[in-house]
Design a protein. Structure first.
Length: 205
């Protein structure tokens, strides 16, 4: 009896060792079972053809009087594209422009308005732009609306304040539309020198 128990025990131990030796736990994966000779994974290779394309990016603004207009706009907290748009419509970037009504320079300041703004020479680009930016900023602060501010720049703030809207004046209504169109064209990355250049594109590709 004792011999049989001893033989069974020896057989069980031998069978257990054989079973343990037959199972290779190294292929089970995980940090607890390290493969002998396996190379560490440092990252996945990315095919050049699968690389992300560069993001779309508009070209920087490139217009006449960039430095002077940028400086005047920053001084009064204006978007420089808006000041460019106003200059495009007012004078087409001609610093010597003079209207039949007597408005002069890049932003077409009337003599009285220029004097009130401290502009001594309306045909000096920097002085004119400083005065025009000052006057436009005042209208924006007063009316809190771009279209009303532009209408006030063109037709006078007293008239716009009295009506509370853009006056029914063809010139003023066209002026507001043109300046807004130029602002939007510049914002979309289009260059412009005249109001005609700012018209919405009918057949964009």
């Amino acid at each position: 009896m004792v011999k049989l128990l001893i033989a069974g025990l020896i057989f069980a131990l031998a069978g257990g060792q054989a079973s343990a030796q037959a199972i290779d736990w190294r292929d089970a994966g995980g940090d607890l079972f390290e493969r002998t000779g396996a190379q560490p994974v440092t990252g996945l290779a990315v095919s050049p053809n699968l690389a992300s394309p560069p993001p779309p990016r508009l070209e920087p603004l490139s217009q006449p009087f960039m430095e002077a207009i940028g400086a005047a706009a920053r001084r009064h907290g204006l978007d420089e594209k808006l000041l460019h748009a106003l200059v495009i419509v007012e004078s087409g970037y001609r610093s010597d422009a003079l209207s039949p009504a007597g408005a002069g320079g890049l932003t077409q300041l009337m003599p009285g308005t220029a004097a009130a703004l401290g502009v001594r020479d309306r045909f000096d680009p920097e002085q004119n732009l400083s005065g025009g930016a000052d006057y436009l900023a005042r209208q924006l602060l007063r009316f809190g609306d771009l279209r009303l501010a532009l209408a006030a720049y063109n037709a006078g703030p007293a008239r716009v304040a009295r009506l509370g809207r853009v006056p029914e004046i063809a010139e003023t209504r066209a002026y507001v539309i043109n300046v807004v169109d130029c602002y939007l064209a510049l914002t979309a990355g289009r260059g412009a020198r005249t109001a005609r250049d700012c018209r919405p594109m009918e057949n964009p590709r």
